[in-house]
Design a binder for this molecule. Structure first.
Ligand code: NAD
Length: 261
């Protein structure tokens, strides 16, 4: 079966990557494209026969699944609009707040929804590796995460850095919200045992780099990932789109799509 996909934000960096990646696949086809009012490219074809529109209802009605790499407000609006039609969703937008998560949870109660801050196979493998490292090494090895992204990225730390840091906390058996440190400035004193630091770097056109470092006594382990093309995220999201159609309602992650959970 070919899943008909509604792509949100077709003028965006990820929206364009999703449209390009769909071209070479048989399991998905772009059926509609919905952007915000005033976005570039509205009224123009994104693929032959499919014109970008600001009409979310019409876009969802034409699709078996929607793929969302936009912004938190748009993600909330789309999840709410998809509720009545029970449209399956693949959501990659990061920087989501409590209201956005609540809208996703409401949709996931009636339709299958894949949510991932990172759709690459490599990063999802890294999550397992850092968790294992943290479990084996324990909190005596200081764990720090550094992420680097392009200058246009709005949210910080990246959703991927937070997933990696949470995986380290899970390996330590600690509560991430109690041990996290996202900023350091001034007289901060010695580093507490078990703290997990996340540092953010922004610049240029970097697509996404993440490194988890475990500092031991006289030795150090680094586990990292570098994305050099958005095509990896787009391919993962489309694989998730083909997978999610027909699944029972619920919230799924990329490990489930990859058969790794
Ligand atoms: P971008 O700014 O290039 O594109 C955002 C797109 O969303 C634009 O086309 C914009 O017009 C559209 N948009 C905004 N409001 C909208 C609305 N109400 N309805 C429909 N479309 C709307 O951003 P980007 O670099 O493509 O990133 C988008 C999001 O995806 C970010 O949150 C980013 O962090 C995330 N991202 C996730 C992954 C992943 O693997 N999960 C990978 C890369 C980026």
């Amino acid at each position: 079966m070919t899943a008909r996909v509604c792509v949100l934000g077709p003028s965006g960096k990820m929206g364009r990557a999703v449209i390009s990646a769909a071209a070479g696949r048989g399991d998905v086809a772009i059926a509609s494209a919905v952007d915000r009012t005033g976005a570039a490219g509205l009224g123009e074809p994104v693929v032959p026969g499919v014109v970008a529109t600001a009409d979310l209802e019409a876009g969802l009605a034409a699709a078996d699944v929607y793929v969302d790499f936009t912004a938190p407000d748009a993600t909330r609006a789309a999840a709410t609009a998809a509720l009545a039609r029970r449209v399956p969703a693949v959501i990659g937008t990061t920087g989501l707040g409590a209201d956005d998560e609540a809208a996703i949870a409401a949709l996931a109660a009636v339709a299958p929804v894949v949510v991932a801050a990172n759709f690459s196979l490599g990063v999802n493998l890294v999550l397992g590796l850092v968790r294992t490292a943290a479990r084996v090494l324990g909190p005596d090895w200081d764990a720090e995460v550094v992420e680097t992204h392009h200058r246009a990225k709005r949210d910080a730390p990246s959703g991927t850095a937070l997933m990696i840091a949470r995986a380290i906390a899970a390996g330590h058996g600690s509560s991430y919200d109690e041990v996290k440190r996202h900023t350091r400035d001034g007289d901060i004193g010695p580093r507490p045992r078990g703290e997990i630091g996340v540092a953010t770097v922004r610049g240029g056109d970097v697509i996404g780099e993440h490194t988890a470092t475990f500092f031991g006594a006289a030795e150090r382990i680094e586990i990292g990932h570098r994305a050099t093309s958005r095509a990896i995220f787009a391919a993962g999201a489309l694989r998730a789109a083909a997978w999610v159609v027909g699944k029972p309602p619920g919230r799924y992650d990329m490990l489930a799509v990859l058969g790794l959970s």
